[in-house]
Each structure stands twice: as C-alpha cells, then as structure tokens.
Design a protein around this ligand. Structure first.
Ligand SMILES: [Zn+2]
Length: 299
C-alpha cells in the first residue's frame, strides 16, 4: 500500500516519477455497468441505463441558458509512459500541442471551447501497459488509484490520458460519459492510445481518436449504436447505421429501409482518418446539453 513518487516542476509541464505502487481500491459495480461495451477500436461503455440517465438529465437543461452562456472546458494531458523514449510513450510536447489544436478546432465552431490546462508526465510501465478498459476488478482499482493521484480538476476538466492499451489489440481509446461522473469522478476523462496523436507512430490515426473520445465525454454514442434497430444513438439527425464504417464509404446505406445514408463522415463513426470530420446539429445540441450538465449540475 505504499506509493512513492518524486515531483519535478518544469513550467509548464509537471513530471511525476512513479517509483512503485501497490494497488488499493474500492469495489464497485462498474463491471456490470460496462458489460455492454462494443468491442473494437473504441471501447466506450454503452448501457441503456447510462443512456436513460443522460436523456432525463439533458431534458432538464434550460434551453435559453444553454444558448447564451459560454461553454469552456480546461484540458489536462496525462502522459503515462513506460520510459522516457517516444516509443515508450514519452509523447513530445509538439504532438500534444497539435492534438490540443485539433481538439479545439473540432468543437469551437459549435460553441464548445477548450483551453489548455496542463501536461503531466507519469513514468509507470505498469500503468502504461495496463491502465485499460476496466474489464475486471483489478483494472478498475488501477483506474481509481491512477485517477485519485493524477486526475486534474472537476467535472468541467477534460483529462486526456495517453496510454498504450494492449500492444497487440485494436483498441485506440474510450471516453467516459457524463452520466458516470458521480459514481466514478476519479476516472472521468478520455483514454487515448498515445501513438494516435498528430505526428505519432500510428498509421491509422493522427489525432481523430481524441476528438471522437471527447464526443463520448460530452454525451455522444457511436452513430452505429443499436445498428438498424432500437434507440440508436439518441440523436434524431444521425441516420441509422448497421455497423461501423471502415475507409470512407461515402454513399453507403447499410439500413436501406430507414431514412438517410450512413453518416460515415461523422466524428462518432470508425471511418478512416481524414474522412470523419463533422458533427450533426442534433449531436451539437446534445453536447451543449451535456456541457451544461457538467457545468451546472455536476460541478
Ligand atoms: Zn467511440
């Protein structure tokens, strides 16, 4: 139960050197609540319960206030590296700056603004490799311990945790929806494969992963949620989609009996880098409601 670390101050970056850690943590029911995750590139946990919590919360948001009050979130990068090489996750500041700009550009036109907060560097091979989707209690405890030590701010602080995930799996990230904040404030934020930043080693992703995961953090689900049936993503103007897109199949119509072509250029699909670049008006309205929920209700 001993945690030892040394702190060095390098303006504007803080470096935290984690020497040893033994895990402690409370049990919880996250495993059950996250049981409906979609396997694949993004492992953001979807559940009908979370969907219902957000639907009810967003309906109470004051529309007038939503339209007149500026929405600003601070952004904190937590770089969790195995060693101090770029290959080991020690992401250069230049990539973090480009990622922040891409994030800012993705949302600023929709009335949602991000301001740079901090970068924290954490040297921990264990967390670099294993800070991952909470599929079991050990990982969940790791996440809680990690968050207790390193998460910055409250419900309006977007923490971007840069990690590896499994070196041999396809996971690039996940984001926790605002409905989970009250139960797991230590975990709130997004978790992003460090190679996916602009200029990073990934050939598949160059920055869009963090924008996509921030969409989840602001209450959005995947455009292909529920396929051609069910409640979909809860947004009226995103056409139903049978499953995630790959490449950039503009014109695809995977639910031909339902209105609209597949929204393959939407940030919340899995389409190729450079293909997905937009949110719909309905998604923007939902994110603005989620923003007000974070600012007015959770804070
Ligand atoms: Zn996702």
């Amino acid at each position: 139960m001993k945690i030892v670390w040394k702190m060095f101050h390098h303006t504007p970056t803080t470096i935290l050197l984690l020497l040893s850690v033994t895990l402690v943590g409370a049990t919880s029911n996250m495993r059950r609540r996250m049981g409906e995750s979609i396997a694949g590139e993004c492992r953001t946990p979807y559940s009908k319960h979370e969907n219902e919590v957000m639907r009810e919360a967003f309906e109470k948001i004051n529309l007038d206030k939503r339209q007149t009050t500026e929405i600003v979130f601070d952004v904190h990068f937590n770089v969790v590296a195995a060693n101090i090489t770029e290959a080991g996750g020690w992401v250069p500041d230049s990539q973090i700056e480009r990622q922040f700009e891409m994030l800012r550009e993705g949302f600023s036109g929709h009335g949602i603004f991000f301001q740079f907060g901090s970068t924290t560097r954490i040297l921990s091979s264990n967390w670099h490799h294993n800070l991952n989707v909470p599929e079991d209690d050990i990982l969940e405890r790791m996440l809680i311990n990690y968050g207790t030590l390193f998460r910055k701010g409250g419900a309006t602080s977007l923490n971007i945790n840069l990690i590896l995930f499994g070196s041999d799996d396809e996971t690039y990230g996940f984001g926790l929806p605002p409905s989970l904040y009250r139960a797991y404030p230590e975990l709130d934020g997004i978790y992003v494969r460090f190679t996916s930043l602009p200029g990073g080693a990934s050939r598949a992703r160059q920055g869009s992963t963090a924008v996509h995961e921030a969409g989840h953090w602001l209450g959005l689900w995947h455009t292909f949620q529920d396929g051609c049936e069910g409640e979909g993503d809860g947004v009226a103007d995103t056409p139903a989609e049978a499953g995630p897109a790959s490449g950039c199949p503009i014109g695809r119509d995977s639910c031909p009996t339902l209105p609209g072509l597949d929204p393959v250029q939407n940030w919340m699909d899995y389409s190729a880098e450079g293909c997905r670049d937009s949110f719909t008006a309905g998604q923007v309205a939902r994110m603005q409601a989620a923003s007000r929920y974070r600012i007015d209700v959770l804070s």
